[in-house]
Design a protein. Structure first.
Length: 229
């Protein structure tokens, strides 16, 4: 029997949510992400608000506590947010928790800055644009987000091989042989054009992982002020 592919909003539930941190903690990728992201979070002003979009289990809550930030956690998985709520309670850190898809029409709460990690390659680029527009509409002036893109300087053979690999991988997901859903490796040019279209100026681009086929980076972007009337 062919199983139906799960939407990414349906993946991190039950046992997968309960073991999410334990499976990843201690890995090289986990450590590298922390090496890049933690200094950026420490640069946020103490006492300021922060949207953590697709927050999952609240990985960064201890740092939010140490930095004196006021986080708003948004995720589509109540099971993941339950893990985050337990962490926040243990830290005695007040948090606002919202269980909702980041792609829903509902606006995000107001906050001066935002963080998005490990989410933008599980949705289409128009979906990425939707989320970023919602963050901007919430009043954020600085956004940190992680994304993987296919570099512009990759040759046609590499592009073909990667496209073939992605096609096979996503077909397996469609058949239900993989749980994580459809993976989107965005083109570098498309990502940069999106930033320009939204008026987002890249202050820095921090490399997390690089291979022949993709670069995974953390963008630190500033939101351009609206034009004067």
């Amino acid at each position: 029997m062919v199983r139906r592919m799960k939407n990414i909003d349906q993946v991190y539930t039950g046992a997968m949510a309960a073991k999410y941190d334990a499976v990843r903690a201690g890995g090289k990728r986990w450590a590298r992400e922390a090496e890049v992201i933690e200094p950026l979070l420490r640069s946020f002003p103490a006492g300021s608000g922060l949207l953590d979009v697709a927050a999952g289990t609240g990985r960064w809550l201890p740092l939010y506590k140490k930095q004196g930030l006021s986080p708003i956690l948004i995720d589509s998985s109540q099971d993941m947010l339950d893990q985050a709520a337990a962490k926040a309670a243990a830290l005695e850190l007040p948090v606002r928790i919202i269980c909702a898809s980041a792609l829903s029409p509902a606006p995000f709460p107001a906050a001066p800055q935002a963080l998005v990690t490990n989410f933008f390659n599980w949705i289409s680029l128009p979906g990425v644009e939707t989320v970023l527009r919602k963050i901007i509409a919430a009043g954020a002036t600085r956004i940190l987000f992680m994304i993987s893109y296919f570099p512009d300087d990759a040759g046609p053979l590499l592009r073909f091989r990667k496209s073939l690999w992605l096609g096979i991988r996503n077909f397996r997901s469609h058949l239900g042989w993989k749980e994580k859903g459809h993976y989107h490796l965005h083109a570098e040019r498309d990502v940069r054009e999106l930033l320009q279209r939204l008026g987002l100026a890249a202050q820095a681009e921090h490399l997390i992982v690089a291979t022949r086929y993709k670069r995974n980076v953390m963008f630190d972007v500033a939101v351009a002020p609206p034009p004067a009337p």
